[in-house]
Design a protein around this ligand. Sequence first.
Ligand SMILES: *Cc1c(COP(=O)(O)O)cnc(C)c1O
Length: 220
Amino acid sequence: MAVKENLIHLKNSLSSDITLVAVSKTKPNSMIMEAYDAGQRDFGENYVQELVDKQEQLPKDIHWHFIGHLQSNKVKYIVPFVYLIHGVDSVKLLLEINKQALKNNRIVNCLLQIYIAQEETKFGFSFEECEDFLNSEAFSQLKNIKILGFMGMASNTENEEQIRKEFRLLKDFAARSLIFNPSSLILSFGMSSDHKIAIEEGSTMIRIGSSIFGSRNYNT
Ligand SMILES: *Cc1c(COP(=O)(O)O)cnc(C)c1O
């Protein structure tokens, strides 16, 4: 797989205000370094142990994004270095991130994951839960986390209108959330198959794996 060519081709198609997170889960360090040498610095992983190993072995100026489902008991392993946690899907998890961030004397950047897909299995807050939480006293007391925006995953479907509708709901919700400055709000949605629709619907950060590194051996 021509990682460098794939990356440059993709980069050239994006406007400069879109952040590209190269999703390197299951891929070897050698492939990450190909992308790194082509200028890529934002990488996404979704397994804690794999992320910790790669962070130890690879250049220290990489911005590591955790994009998977994070279990509370694993938070402590990534908090010392993680750049942005995308999939924060419960208050319990956020409390743990805040606690570990305090221990590490860090402010940890997070995105709240919102459930927008039709599938039953997806993690995330509903719009209503999220709104209640952002307005809560508990939220205002978390001093060692910074919520920079939202993350979502559309339904796994060929129906582009459905995908578009789901992204649009998330974008509209974010626009109504008063705690964010529109110019710094991060909206993380769009993957290899749907990033064009995502950008049309207001994504500011896309998470792309297979279009850069090739398909994975198993589905995650
Ligand atoms: C694997 C993964 C991606 C990238 O998926 P591709 O289809 O390979 O681009 C994006 N986001 C999350 C949360 C993922 O787990």
